[in-house]
Design a protein around this ligand. Structure first.
Ligand code: MG
Length: 452
């Protein structure tokens, strides 16, 4: 099994078997430092408890002490790793994947995603079928730590003006998608004085309510519920709770880069000239709203490990992705869905405007996303040739992940997909017709270049 952009994810009973789980756990046992216990936590999938127990047993029989944090959102596991304190962490989760998947995400002693070198070392240990079984007198201790959720919630509450939020008595419809956040987010919002109506608010690894990837298509029920309950807003998490997407009071789905823009502006206002970090695929709206506060936007390739790494390098004030993953570095260097919801409520509590009004005041942009089939070996040369044409007359070209070309009134992004035989084309302009025109002309040029 191999690590992808965010840990190992496989289908249970297919590639993820008792034997393969023990093999990976044995490899983790080889690589994890022995300077402290390994902290272990899991999401609410049907296979998570069993996999967690297999991993815990393998680690203990390999001489590691294990602290089991139990069922928690991934950011809560990450927050607890350095506070146990543990030398290494493992989260049993497949994030937003369908219910048949599960996986493992490995964490360093700070609770952050492990670097690529450590992933390669674990893969090599799996390939070598290495075992580090210890004799009876060196078997590790297994201990459960039931206070992880409470510690995490206290941590978040310490990051917001709790009394000010409580005073506003927000009504929030919360859609946990039957994921791990059902054990933390309802209580968090209640402790922030909200009237909380929950959808899919019990943990069920079959995800009966909706797919665990939150988007405009999967959040139909929340979109209906928010105006029906006359709520201030709707909050939706993905399966393991590292992401949050919002619905406004009128029941309009809020694209993740708009909520990121509000949170980034708030952070930039407080943080002065520090950097805001986001992938190249994020809307111009983020740059527009933070620039007046002297903050600069630093772009990264797509993918959250790259985001947090760059945030650390440039000492960013905030970072985030259009899929609803936002990182608040003063809390922890990890995407955190509950923290995202709490900070948005804190921002609303300090504003005299509604969530809807704040969204309507953001600069309007239309982002058109297109894809063109392309053999993988031709993707980069084709993208490079087409980008060169459009770069004529550009203000700036960012070449971190494909080509992001800044033009009058907007930008376009041309990049080969990392996972599929396609070229991705994004075009964003203030008015919808210009965005459409720009995307169409890029699609046409990619097709023509491919045809030659
Ligand atoms: Mg996730």
């Amino acid at each position: 099994m191999r690590f992808s952009t965010n840990g190992i994810r496989e289908v249970v009973g297919d590639r993820l078997t008792p034997a393969s789980a023990v093999a990976v756990a044995g490899a983790i046992a080889q690589v994890a430092p022995r300077t402290g216990p390994v902290a272990l936590g899991r999401d609410g999938r049907t296979s998570s408890r069993a996999l967690s127990d297999l991993v815990a047993a393998t680690l203990a029989l390999s001489g590691h002490d294990v602290v089991d944090l139990g069922l928690l959102p991934t950011p809560a596991i990450q927050y607890n790793v350095p506070r146990v304190p543990a030398a290494f962490g493992v989260a049993i989760t497949a994030s937003h994947n369908p219910p048949e998947y599960n996986g493992m995400k490995c964490l360093d002693a700070c609770g952050r995603s492990i670097p690529a070198e450590t992933e390669r070392a674990i893969e090599a240990a799996v390939a070598a079928s290495a075992s580090c079984a210890v004799p009876f007198d060196r078997v590790g201790e297994l201990r459960t730590e039931p206070a992880g959720a409470a510690r995490y919630l206290e941590g978040i509450l310490g990051q917001v003006d709790r009394e000010r939020v409580r005073a506003r008595k927000f009504t929030v419809v919360l859609d946990c998608g039957n994921g791990a956040t059902a054990v933390t987010s309802p209580e968090l919002l209640r402790r922030l004085g909200c009237r909380v109506i929950t959808l899919n608010g019990h943990v069920d690894g079959r995800f009966p309510g909706r797919p665990s990837e939150p988007n405009e298509r999967t959040l139909k029920e929340l979109i209906r519920a928010v105006p029906a309950f006359d709520a201030d807003l709707g909050v939706a998490h993905d399966g393991d709770g590292d992401r949050t997407l919002f619905v406004d009071g009128q029941g309009r789905f809020v694209p993740g880069d708009k909520s990121l823009a509000l949170l980034a502006r708030d952070a930039a206002r407080a943080g002065g000239s520090r950097a805001v970090v986001t992938p190249v695929s994020t809307s111009q709206v983020v740059e527009d709203v933070v620039q007046p506060f002297g903050a600069r936007v630093v772009y990264t390739p797509v993918g959250s490990p790259k985001l947090t790494k760059e945030m650390e390098r440039v000492d960013a004030v905030i970072g985030g992705e259009e899929n609803g993953g936002v990182v608040f570095p003063q809390f922890q260097l990890a995407r955190d869905g509950a923290m995202t919801a709490a900070r948005l409520l804190d921002l609303l509590a300090r504003s005299d405007r509604s969530f809807d009004a704040l969204l309507d005041e953001l600069p309007p942009y239309t982002l058109v996303k297109e894809r063109v089939s392309c053999p993988p070996e031709r993707a980069l040369p084709v993208v490079t040739a087409v980008a060169r044409e459009f770069a004529d007359g550009a203000h700036r070209v960012v070449t971190l992940d494909g080509f992001k070309i800044f033009l009058d009134g907007g930008w376009m992004l041309l990049r080969p997909s990392g996972t599929e035989p396609i070229v991705r084309i994004f075009a964003e302009m203030r008015d919808p017709a210009s965005a459409r025109r720009l995307a169409d002309s890029a699609v046409a040029r990619v097709r023509e270049t491919l045809g030659n």
